[in-house]
Write a protein that binds this ligand. Structure first.
Ligand code: FAD
Length: 423
C-alpha cells in the first residue's frame, strides 16, 4: 500500500482515469440485492456496523452477513465527526476498551490494506487552573499505571510546542499546563468506513445501501428478521449499530433504552498551510481543535442542549466555538469559517456505551457512544462481533452491558477525561 512502486502506479492510474473523465472506475465493493435470509443482519453502515461485519467474517468465519444502511456508507456520525482518537480514561473498563481500540488503530491501515491516515500527532488537554491540573495528573497517573502513555506538560513546553497558542496571562482563562497523550491523534473518517466496507465485501459480506430497517420481527422472545424498505429479510441474529437512532431501532423491538438523542456540531475553516500539529482540547472553554490533512482547522464543542434527530444545530454553539478559538489562537481570527454541520449523538445516562446482548433473543446493541465512538470503532466492533458470534460478551465489553443500569454498576468517568462535559 505504501511502497513507492504502488504509489507510482496509483498516480499513473489516477492520471489515466482523469483523462478519461473518471468514468471507468471499478466499484470497490459489490452492490448486491438483499438475500431472503442471512445468519446475521447488521443495521447501520457506519464505522461500527461495517467493522463488526468485517470481524464477524475475519475472526469468526461468519460470512453470510448483511449490513443494511438506510442512506450511504459513513453518512451518519462516521462521516461527521472530528476524528479524534485517544485512550485517556480513568476507569479501568474504559481504559481497557479504548486502549485495545487504539492498538487496533495502530495497525489498521495494514490490516485493511487501506490507508486510513491514522496520524499519532498527540492529543494535548490544556489545564487552566491548578485544581484542573491536579485532576489531569491523577488521570495521567491512572493511565500510566494501566500501561497507557500520558505526559504532563508545563507552560513553557506547551508554548514551545504550540507556538500559536496564547500562553500569556492576558486572557480570561490563562493556561497553566496540560496533559499529553502522544499515541492519540486523528484518522480520516471516510477512509475508515470505506476500508472496512471493502475488506468486509471481499470476505463475502453483503453491503446494502438505501435499505432502511422499518421493523424488527420477533416470535417466542427471539428475533426472526427485519422489515425493510426492500422487503423482509430473515435473520436469527441482528446487531444494531445506528448511533443516534438506537432508541428508534430499540423501540421497533419493543425496548426502551436509557438513552437520549442530541445534536453535536462541528465546523471547519478554509484550508491553510500546516500551523497546528497536535489536537488541542480546552476543558475551560469546552472547545477542541486540530488541523486536517487538507489544511482546514477542525473545531468542535459541546452538545446543542435539546433532544433532536436533526443533523444540524443552532448558531449559539457556533458562536461559542469561535470565541474559544479566538481566545486560545488569536491568529486564527483572520481565517474564514467554511462549513458547519451536526450529527445525532446517542447519549447514555452514565456517558459510557452499551455493547452487548439485549433482553430479546438474538438482538445485540452497539451504541450509546455519546461524543466519542469514532475512536472506539475497531475495538468495540471487534468485541461486538465476538458477542454476536458467541452469544456472550468478551471480557473487554462485559462491563458495558445494558443491565448495568438496573444493577447500579454504571461506568461514570465523572468528568475526569479531557472533556469535563463529556467522556
Ligand atoms: P454512524 O456512523 O452514525 O452510523 C450509523 C448508521 O446507521 C448511519 O449511517 C445511519 O444512516 C444508519 N441508520 C440509522 N437508522 C437506520 C435504519 N432504520 N435502517 C438502516 N440504517 C440506519 N468520536 C470520536 O471518537 N472522536 C471525535 O473527535 C468525535 N467527534 C465528533 C464530532 C461530531 C460533530 C459528531 C457528530 C460526532 C463525533 N464523535 C467523535 C462521535 C462519533 O462520530 C460516533 O460515536 C461514531 O462515529 C458512531 O459510529 P457508528 O458507526 O456507531 O454510527
Amino acid at each position: 500500500m505504501t511502497d513507492h512502486k504502488t504509489d507510482r502506479y496509483s498516480l499513473l492510474n489516477l492520471a489515466r482515469k482523469a483523462l478519461r473523465g473518471h468514468e471507468d472506475w471499478k466499484p470497490v465493493w459489490r452492490n448486491p440485492a438483499p438475500k431472503p435470509r442471512y445468519d446475521v443482519v447488521i443495521i447501520g453502515g457506519g464505522g461500527h456496523g461495517l467493522a463488526t461485519a468485517y470481524y464477524l467474517a475475519k475472526v469468526h468465519g461468519i460470512t453470510n452477513v448483511a449490513v443494511l444502511e438506510k442512506g450511504w456508507l459513513g453518512g451518519g456520525n462516521t462521516g461527521r465527526n472530528t476524528t479524534i482518537v485517544r485512550s485517556n480514561y480513568l476507569l479501568p473498563a474504559n481504559t481497557r476498551l479504548y486502549d485495545f481500540s487504539l492498538k487496533l488503530w495502530e495497525g489498521l491501515s495494514e490490516e485493511l490494506n487501506y490507508n486510513v491516515m491514522f496520524s499519532q500527532r498527540g492529543v494535548l488537554t490544556l489545564t487552566h487552573g491548578v485544581s484542573e491540573l491536579t485532576a489531569q495528573m491523577r488521570l495521567g497517573n491512572a493511565m500510566r499505571l494501566a500501561g497507557v502513555d500520558a505526559r504532563v506538560m508545563n507552560l513553557d513546553e506547551i508554548a514551545r510546542e504550540v507556538p500559536l497558542l496564547d500562553c500569556s496571562d492576558q486572557v480570561r482563562y490563562p493556561i497553566v499546563g496540560g496533559m499529553l497523550q502522544e499515541r492519540g491523534g486523528t484518522a480520516r473518517h471516510d477512509a475508515v468506513a470505506w476500508g472496512y466496507a471493502r475488506a468486509a465485501d471481499a470476505r463475502g459480506v453483503d453491503i446494502i445501501q438505501n435499505c432502511e430497517v422499518t421493523g424488527i420481527r420477533r416470535e417466542d422472545g427471539k428475533v426472526t428478521g427485519v422489515e425493510t424498505s426492500r422487503g423482509f429479510i430473515a435473520a436469527p441474529k441482528i446487531g444494531i449499530c445506528v448511533a443516534g437512532n438506537s432508541g428508534v431501532l430499540a423501540e421497533m423491538a419493543g425496548l426502551r433504552l436509557p438513552m437520549e438523542s442530541h445534536v453535536l456540531q462541528a465546523m471547519v475553516t478554509e484550508p491553510v498551510k500546516p500551523v497546528l500539529d497536535k489536537v488541542i482540547i480546552s476543558r475551560a472553554w469546552h472547545f477542541y481543535i486540530s488541523q486536517s490533512d487538507k489544511g482546514e482547522l477542525v473545531m468542535g464543542a459541546d452538545l446543542d442542549g435539546y433532544n433532536s434527530y436533526a443533523q444540524r444545530g443552532g448558531p449559539n454553539v457556533i458562536d461559542h466555538v469561535v470565541r474559544g478559538c479566538l481566545e486560545l489562537f488569536p491568529a486564527f481570527g483572520r481565517l474564514k469559517m467554511m462549513r458547519t454541520w451536526g450529527g445525532i449523538m446517542d447519549m447514555t445516562m452514565d456517558g459510557s456505551p452499551i455493547i452487548g446482548k439485549m433482553p430479546l433473543g438474538g438482538l445485540y446493541l452497539n451504541g450509546g457512544w455519546c461524543y466519542g465512538g469514532f475512536k472506539a470503532t475497531p475495538g468495540a466492533a471487534w468485541t461486538f462481533a465476538h458477542t454476536i458470534a458467541n452469544d456472550a460478551p468478551h471480557e473487554i465489553n462485559a462491563p458495558f452491558s445494558l443491565d448495568r443500569f438496573a444493577s447500579g454498576r454504571t461506568l461514570d468517568e465523572r468528568g475526569s477525561g479531557p472533556f469535563p462535559w463529556l467522556h
